[in-house]
Design a protein around this ligand. Structure first.
Ligand code: NAP
Length: 259
């Protein structure tokens, strides 16, 4: 399917690997020029080089997207011309409800709620002026079905989801869509790190922890970054202009609900 977005320009935050990279790759395959970001320059430059293999222009900005300086650097690289914005950042650490103090919450909010909101506030006016734009936020299945050990994530992402619910309806008349993608378990470094935590807590191997988690997923496997990226590219396509303010769950059926 021709997604109809060849020649457009996207910012994909936190995209040197994992789900962000999957989104960047699918957009590159659709002919979209990219500004990609991550904190560590080496892996980011390697990712940019791979993406240039699809024949698109790629600018790599090593910066922490949870900071105002990082956001400014990424926006400056896009030079005011952004058609597509994919918001992403690393997830907060797991723990118990009683573990976190105010600073922990502020850190999680900066990464997973306030950074995407700041990036949207910066990019939406020009999109609305042009009468076309696409925003996709990577959140989590934990917004729909809480993951108890990820209280910081549950909280910050629920806040972003509330903001998107209203804002998406305010910008839709200008031809701009905002939607959230809710990943379940995907085979990325983040998943390996959570498996490592579960393995240590239960005194089992990481592989055993993974098998246990697969048993909780009707599809009996982890999702892939490529599958995730394909959905992101579709939401950014010309065909998705009537999809507004939705939360798309990609979880292999793990969240057990009718709707
Ligand atoms: P990942 O494989 O660990 O990749 C994270 C990417 O984000 C890397 O490129 C990392 O590069 C970059 N990054 C992290 N923090 C950043 C920051 N502050 N500024 C800029 N770049 C940053 O993680 P993932 O699995 O793709 O997860 C992506 C998001 O989806 C996370 O928020 C995660 O919690 C959420 N999620 C993932 C899953 C899953 O199963 N994988 C499930 C639900 C939700 P640097 O480290 O170099 O910055």
């Amino acid at each position: 399917m021709d997604l109809g977005i060849k020649g457009k320009r996207a910012i994909v935050c936190a995209a040197s690997k994992g789900l962000g990279y999957g989104c960047a790759e699918a957009l590159a395959q659709a002919g979209v020029d990219l500004v990609i970001n991550a904190r560590s320059d080496g892996p980011l430059q390697e990712a940019a080089e791979r993406l240039r293999g699809f024949g698109v222009k790629v600018t790599a900005v090593a910066a922490d997207i949870s900071t105002a300086e990082g956001q400014a650097a990424v926006l400056a690289a896009a030079d005011g011309s952004v058609d597509i914005l994919v918001n992403n950042a690393g997830g907060p650490p797991p723990g118990m409800w009683s573990d976190w103090d105010r600073d922990d919450f502020i850190k999680a909010l900066d990464s997973n709620m306030l950074a995407p909101i700041a990036m949207m506030k910066a990019c939406l006016p020009a999109m609305m002026e042009k009468g076309w734009g696409r925003v996709v936020n990577i959140t989590s299945q934990s917004v729909k079905s809480p993951i108890p050990v990820l209280g910081l994530s549950n909280s910050a992402r629920a806040g972003l989801t509330g903001y998107v619910a209203g804002t998406s309806r305010q910008v839709a008349p200008s031809g701009v869509t905002i939607n959230n993608m809710q990943p379940g378990i995907h085979a990325t470094d983040r998943a390996v790190s959570l498996d490592g935590g579960a393995a240590a807590a239960q005194g089992i191997s990481v592989e055993e922890a993974k098998v246990q988690r697969c048993e909780t997923i009707p599809a009996r496997r982890y999702g892939t970054s490529a599958e995730f990226g394909a959905m992101c590219a579709f939401l950014c396509s010309q065909h998705a202009g009537f999809i507004v303010g939705q939360n798309i769950l990609l979880d292999g059926g793990a969240v057990n609900s009718t709707m």
